[in-house]
Write a protein that binds this ligand. Sequence first.
Ligand code: GTP
Ligand code: MG
Length: 328
Amino acid sequence: MPTNLPPDYFEAEKRYREANTPAEKIVCLEEMLTIIPKHKGTDKLRADLRRRISKLKSAAQAKKGVGKRESVFRIEKEGAGQVAIAGPPNTGKSSLVAALTNASPEIADFPCTTWHPTSGMMPVDDIQIQLVDTPALNKEYVDPEFMDFLRRVDLLLLTVDLTAGTIQQLEDAVTLLKENRIIPKHVEPPADDRRAWFQIPFLVIAAKNDNEDTNAVYEIFRELTHNQWEMIPVSIHKNKNVDLLKHKIFEKLAIIRVYSKTPGKKADMTEPFVLKNGSTVADFAEKVHKDFVTKLKSARLWGSSAFEGQRVQRDHILNDGDVVELQV
Ligand SMILES: Nc1nc2c(ncn2[C@@H]2O[C@H](COP(=O)(O)OP(=O)(O)OP(=O)(O)O)[C@@H](O)[C@H]2O)c(=O)[nH]1
Ligand SMILES: [Mg+2]
């Protein structure tokens, strides 16, 4: 350590040692660096200070990055599709996710019980679909990360309550989503607005359809909305239409299951590959292995889109349940 350092330097160094946060430490180190006389004898010390400053700065930067990635709404997609359950407070969103998946979000008889999303997997036949319970849509506070999450889901289940102002709930929810440029797939974005719009498949859940009274409300609700919305009346408490809902979700995801068969062996009917509707043999090959799509020589198919074991071209469009044998 060079001996010709001014007293200010040692004061700054003392503050550095006592500093609690990286930001304070950086300030003290920078101060020390400006105080220190510039000559050969201090070269090493100045290099060391610069190294310490840059180390602290990059640690702070990395932490910032992690913070961003750790938003509760950064939910990795899992299974055959990601489905958000969204809607006004107390409409039974969490109850739905708890009944259909392995997750157990909190359920309570007061609004805004849910503050964070909870994701669970719902088995439908031989596939798993991801359902995500979300906080109530609330026009007083719109979390941009929440909206960003909804813009990326494969399907949005908009839940309204048949026992409490159903029409108003639907209107408010749709307005809030539209303000955030989230609209149903069948609706065109406003022609005069050049911002990015997000057209998402919607399915309206008319929840708490426990009895004849609520069923009558449902009929009126359907009439007043002029059959504009694809909707399904559900009761979690009475287990009404729950199975139907599961299959409706599958249908709305517009996916097919395709089973793989190795030449000379039986088909693997336990783990289907999930593809978008309209996918071809080439798309399936790519999903099985990314090299297969270029190596693919021919394919045979069993299922409703061909006769048993028929040879098909790579652009042959597949159906749900098809079994494909790839020859590479
Ligand atoms: N009658 C009836 N009540 C239900 C049904 N499903 C849920 N509930 C009740 O509705 C209340 C709210 O349920 P939650 O699942 O917490 O509703 P939520 O939409 O998640 O509520 P927030 O997270 O507060 O927005 C609870 O008291 C549930 O027991 C149903 O099918 N019928
Ligand atoms: Mg909830």
